[in-house]
Design a protein. Structure first.
Length: 368
């Protein structure tokens, strides 16, 4: 299992040491900009330069930049161009690249060692033959103690010009229980997460209120729209982390070994229900998934199609079963339940059948 931790290198390092990293990142940005311009010209003319010639040209122009970093920058820019063109084609848009791009400083090897004498920090990290002191929190220390080896890592600049190391750590997978105990969750509007055992996490009313407040701030302070949107994005991410942690902690406390979640794609997220509410549901499910797997819970992804229209009691399926956003009344057997709870129990049944999709016409799926 790969865990990525973020470490601020600027807090405890000297200006002299940091200047070398800043210089390398500036070189990478310059290379990325020049290489992007060259690739744009090649794509327009449909005449492509020899890769070896291109490498030698940039090597002569940037002799202080590490060869591996230079080639890694070429690969990153090529991957970015390919991805951007694919997105533009999919959305039927004219391909247009940004004038400036910021690229991370990719690191091939990182060495970490414990500090024996210093009291202000716990570790020394060696990057490009230079040692930098780092101070860790409790969570980071736990990850580093379990790490068997370090995978690909990179250094990026944040808004305050601090250097942030994204360190990818490979840790052993947690042991998984042989017993099977299932729980399923449905994402909702009244409550962002509804479990099949009727446990709920988060408040849709609170989310709606905070989003309205952010909207009012943007309307009032037009010059600060970007900063307010960034603040809202950070708040959304933080809240999704908290809700997903509460959900996974509940699953652990109940001895759950298999968790069923909705497998949402773009077309499901663009439905009327999600457009109206406009919340980061995909991010929420991704957080729940990786947190569950980190504690040894297996995750089964279920196609959510028809789960809100199917009765969890008798298995009959009809659009008329879902009377309102929150109320579910089966027209066949008269079963009444909260609509999100009913959907969660259908997802649970699909999880028991290892991700089987609700099909039409519906088959009886009575849940004990």
């Amino acid at each position: 299992m790969i865990k990525t931790i973020h470490i601020n290198l600027s807090k405890h390092s000297t200006i002299k040491k940091l200047s070398k990293l800043h210089e390398s990142i500036n070189y990478v940005d310059a290379v990325a900009h020049k290489y992007l311009e060259q690739r744009k010209t090649e794509l327009e003319a449909k005449q492509y330069a020899d890769p070896n010639t291109t490498y030698r040209k940039f090597r002569e122009e940037f002799p202080n930049l590490n060869s591996a970093v230079l080639q890694s920058t070429f690969r990153d820019v090529d991957a970015m161009i390919k991805s951007h063109i694919a997105i533009c084609k999919k959305k039927h848009r004219l391909v247009k690249f940004a004038e400036k791009i910021n690229m991370p400083l990719n690191l091939r090897s990182v060495t970490l060692s414990k500090s024996k004498k210093a009291s202000r920090f716990e570790y020394w990290i060696s990057i490009c033959k230079v040692k930098y002191p780092i101070k860790t929190n409790e969570y980071t220390k736990k990850i580093l103690d379990k790490t068997t080896k370090y995978a690909g890592s990179k250094i990026v600049k944040n808004e305050r010009d601090d250097l942030i190391l994204h360190l990818a750590c490979e840790i052993p997978d947690p042991p998984k229980s042989t017993e099977k105990k299932y729980l399923a969750i449905d994402i909702g509007i009244a409550a962002p997460v509804v479990c099949s055992d009727n446990k709920r996490f988060g408040s849709g009313r609170y989310i709606k209120h905070r989003k309205l407040e952010f909207g009012k701030q943007r309307a009032k302070h037009q010059s600060r729209k970007q900063q307010i949107s960034k603040k809202q994005s950070n708040w959304t991410k933080d809240l999704n982390h908290k809700i997903s942690k509460q959900c996974v902690d509940h699953a652990v406390s109940q001895g759950i070994t298999v968790l069923g979640i909705e497998k949402l794609r773009g077309q499901e997220l663009s439905g009327r229900k999600f457009r109206k509410f406009n919340w980061a549901f995909k991010q929420q499910l991704n957080f729940i998934k990786y947190k569950a797997e980190a504690v040894g819970i297996s995750v089964v992804e279920v196609n959510p199609k028809y789960t809100s229209q199917t009765c969890a009691h008798c298995g009959s399926q009809s659009k008329d079963n879902r009377q309102t956003q929150s109320r579910f009344v089966c027209i066949a057997c008269g079963h009444r339940a909260n609509a999100d709870l009913n959907a969660a129990r259908n997802i649970l049944q699909c999880s028991l059948e290892n991700g089987l999709t609700m099909t039409e016409p519906a088959v009886s799926r009575a849940i004990a």
